[in-house]
Design a protein around this ligand. Structure first.
Ligand code: B12
Length: 184
């Protein structure tokens, strides 16, 4: 049992609340912790902290501790050639949510043996798709890989290149080998 005059005790307690370390309070606490009552209350504090922590972990939504990262969005990719009678090839790939088309092309190249592409860098507009499956655009022949989005005959030309365009879930991207239009 800890004994001390009330006056000394309150003086020490007030000093503690003002943020000042008081030798009497420290001594009293130290002695109290060595009594069986002190040890018991210390053990109770520890076990209630542990119980509280376990309860907190159980209440966390599933997956909070094992962060899964951004979602993967599936996309469809078709490679077609306006200038030859090659049969269009369709592939499935994916892009991370908010990720660019380049990522989906890279992922496809890593997983699909019959899909290859190369890019060249433009100082102003970033990455230009230079070749697909060994077929490259040419200044002399005025050919290039046009990039479109859509399906069921309703296509639109992307307004940026593969390094900037962010596909949405289930989007159908078409890489079409074509001649330069008169007005781009
Ligand atoms: C002509 C032209 C083309 C020609 C270039 C061929 C040639 N040798 O002339 C062709 C038809 C190939 C082309 C293609 C595309 N283009 Co273009 N093109 C232009 C245009 C009208 C003029 C460029 C030019 O001649 N500049 C004068 C020369 C002297 O400067 P330069 O730096 O050498 O020009 C080069 C670059 O502009 C580069 N280039 C042209 N387009 C693109 C697109 C991208 C993404 C990149 C990286 C480079 C690039 O090719 C030029 C010649 O080497 C510009 C509009 C503009 N105001 O700049 C759009 C422009 C650059 N194109 C654009 C786009 C979106 C495309 C496409 C992605 C369209 C599509 N959906 O298919 C494709 C590229 C596809 C791919 N394979 O990656 C956008 C780029 C916007 C952006 N912020 O990224 C622009 C600004 C038009 C627009 N406002 O929408 N294009």
């Amino acid at each position: 049992m800890v004994t001390a005059s009330m006056e000394v005790f309150w003086e020490a307690e007030c000093a503690h609340r003002r943020g000042v370390r008081h030798p009497i309070r420290t001594e009293l606490l130290c002695r109290y912790r060595h009594t069986s009552e002190g040890k018991k209350s210390h053990r109770m504090a520890l076990s209630s902290t542990a119980l509280f922590s376990v309860g907190f972990l159980l209440l966390l939504p599933q997956g909070t501790l094992m962060s899964k990262g951004p979602e993967s969005l599936p996309i469809i990719l078709t490679v077609e050639n306006d200038l030859s009678n090659m049969t269009p090839e369709t592939y499935s790939s994916s892009v991370v949510e908010g990720g660019v088309l380049l990522g989906a092309l890279r992922r496809l190249q890593e997983t699909q043996q019959d899909f290859k592409f190369t890019v060249k860098e433009d100082p102003d507009f970033g990455l230009m798709l230079e070749s697909v499956n060994g077929v490259a655009g040419s200044e002399r022949e005025q050919t290039y890989w046009e990039i479109l989005s859509g399906g069921s005959g309703d296509y639109s030309r992307l307004d940026v290149g593969i390094g900037c365009y962010k596909p949405t879930a289930n989007e159908h991207i078409i890489l079409r080998f074509s001649m330069w239009p008169q007005h781009v």
